[in-house]
Every structure is written in C-alpha cells, then in structure tokens.
Design a protein around this ligand. Sequence first.
Ligand code: 0X9
Ligand code: ZN
Length: 306
Amino acid sequence: DFYAQWRSYDDILTRLQDVVDAAPGVAVLESLEPATHEGRVIKAVRIRDPAWAPGAPRIVVNSLLHAREWIASMVGTYLAEYCVDKKRSDPSWMAGMELVIVPVVNPDGLVYSQTSNAMWRKNRAVNAGSSCRGVDLNRNWPKDWNGGESTSTNQCSETYVGPSWASEPETQALGAVLLEAPVNLHLDIHSYGEMILGPWSYTNADHPDKATIDAIGTAMQSAIQSVNGKSYLYGTGDAGGALYLASGVAPDLSTHLGAYGYTIELPPANAWGSAGFQPATSEILPACTEIFEAVKAMVEWFRVQD
Ligand code: 0X9
Ligand code: ZN
C-alpha cells in the first residue's frame, strides 16, 4: 500500500498524476510558479465542482512546509487522492465548492531530509554571505513577518525568517493559491503534537470571529476523534501554553486575507528527536484517515451555512 511506507517526492508526483488521470473532469494537477531554488515544481490538485463560480466557497489545504515532517507529505497526498475519489463517486459532495490541495510545498527540503539530513526543517535557499542554508517557510509570510514570536534573523537558525517577507519561491507559489480571493478555509498540515490550532498564531489576542473559528476547530477535533478515538488538542494562539506563539506563519496570512487559517500537528503526541518527525510507518495510514475526516468536516461546515 502506498501509505504503508515513506515515499519520495518523485513517488508522490507519480501518485498525484495517476489520481487526476483517473478522474477527468473532476480534478486537475497544476504546476505552481515559481519553481524552487533547486528547480523542482510544486504541484496542486484542484477539485472544482461544476457549479463553482468566483466568490463561492474555497478551501485550501497544504502540507510539508517543514522538510522533516514526512508524515505531512503522506497525509497531503492521501487527502488529494481520497478527496478526488470521493468527488468522483459522490458528485453531490462539495456542491458549488472548490478544494485546492498542495501536498508538498517544500520538495527541496523533503528530498534533502530523506537523503542527507533527516532533521532538516527549512528550504534549501543559499543565504547571502553565509554557509548556512535555508529559510523557515513557516516564518516567511507577511502577517507579523519577523515579529519576534519564535523567529530569528540568524541565517543559521531553524526559524530564520528570510531576507524579506515572501522572499522564498515556495512562499510565492503557495501564496498565489492563497491570494486567489477569496479563500474561506485554509489548513496547513505539520507534525508533531496532535493539535489543531486556530488563528491567530502570532498573538493570543482573540480573532473577532473566534466563536465561529472555535466551532469549526472543534468540529475537526470531533471528526478526528470519530475515527480511532484519538483526542487532538484544540486551541488558538499558544493553545494555553501547550505550544508557543509563532510570527509570520502561513495560516495567519490566509486569516489576514479573510479566511480562517488552521494549523494541524499530526501524530505522535509526544516524542524525542527524529522519532517525532519520522514515527513508525504504521502511524501513517491512521493519520491519513483521521485528517480526511477533518477535511470532510470543513466541507460540511459550508454545506450547513447554505
Ligand atoms: O513552529 C511551527 O511552525 C509550527 N510547529 S512545527 O513543530 N510543525 O514547526 C507551529 C506553528 C503554529 N503555531 C501556532 N498556531 N501557535
Ligand atoms: Zn512544521
């Protein structure tokens, strides 16, 4: 089974191509621009209901901003595959809606992590005047960029913000999808910790729509729990001290633009070192099936709004 072992970026691209080839008229595989520092193309699977029109509901799901979080690339690929299959077998699902899934936003980092340094987090940018490579792709976004919550201007830091906001090709490529106004719901998939985090990330101040944000977040939490009984923590900001605040993250940009932008931290709940980021491969498939239910809960939230 594809989801029984870790897969390379090339394996994932082949899988995504096969998925859309088997679903003509349901989904397309798009190449985002620009390409990465090492020339790789970031791919998006777009599922658009025939009744969708500009202004109708859009959900964007992305994964693998951080290279070492391999399980996120597996979950993103699974979501693309199973959402396409569901739309194909049940055309009434996602009526009037669009769903864009970007399973691997940081392919250079994923390849480097899988071949050279498993604990690599950032992209593979060459930093001017430094021998340290990489920018943290979850600190490079314009909302509160370089704002000081878990950020660094040291090029050697794991949380290096980059020379300017959106300096990185990967930020620009996903940013183009987030800027296709309007995005209504956005989910950025990471690991680890088993948490759902609503906006904001850079501050514990409440978003004006906190009640709705919490309702959607706890709906995702219940959906995950319904699969295998697993309880993800739900919170906003630093989740009551369970995590930390972070400036310049992707979901805060989507939220700033009018969406509700969430972060999910996949399994395991707790671990030490590389066992957290690359758990037993038996963890992959349960995480995939759980997050698929969370995405269905996001879709369901729109249906209830009608
Ligand atoms: O630090 C990050 O970018 C995320 N954690 S990770 O271990 N995957 O690197 C958390 C960012 C979101 N943080 C909050 N919403 N507080
Ligand atoms: Zn991460």
